[in-house]
Design a protein. Structure first.
Length: 153
């Protein structure tokens, strides 16, 4: 997605018309249209004003991904009670079939014991409660995955 498309999506996501944005920025509607079609680009001051208007950081604005933003909005609106009812393994196994297959193939007890030891270590050393220790360990695993993914490329 190019910057023009990002600007268009951010404006639409905020329910604003080109006229409204133009009025708030002190430019013409045609200027907004040219930015959104990629014919011209806003200067840095106008880009900053757009980011404020759309409730995005400047970085988010120039690399705006509506899908990620929508997912974050759904996460923010989902209560813990609803989240607890979701079978996340089943949901993710549609995209990652290994999640449905591994229970029949992998002896999980040794891995569970090792993870329990890591969780207990985080709780004792840093005073985390069980959930916080789990979240920290999840984040560490994610960092390791990203690091390994980048090093293999």
């Amino acid at each position: 997605m190019n910057l023009g498309s990002h600007l268009f999506s951010a404006r639409k996501n905020n329910g604003l018309s080109q006229e409204t944005v133009a009025e708030k920025l002190g430019v013409s509607r045609q200027t907004i249209s040219k930015w959104e079609t990629g014919e011209t680009l806003p200067d840095i001051r106008q880009a900053k004003r757009l980011s404020i208007l759309y409730g995005l950081s400047l970085d988010e604005l120039i690399s705006f991904d509506l899908g990620i933003r929508e997912i974050q909005d759904v996460i923010d609106r989902t209560s813990q009670e609803v989240s607890d009812k979701i079978d996340w393994t089943k949901a993710w196994s549609k995209q990652y079939p290994v999640l449905a297959q591994y229970p029949a193939e992998v002896e999980t007890a040794p891995y569970a014991a090792g993870l329990t030891e890591l969780l207990d270590g985080l709780q004792k050393r840093y005073g985390y409660n069980e959930l916080d220790a789990f979240l920290v360990l999840k984040d560490i695993l994610s960092s390791v995955w990203k690091s390994r993914k980048h090093s293999s490329n």
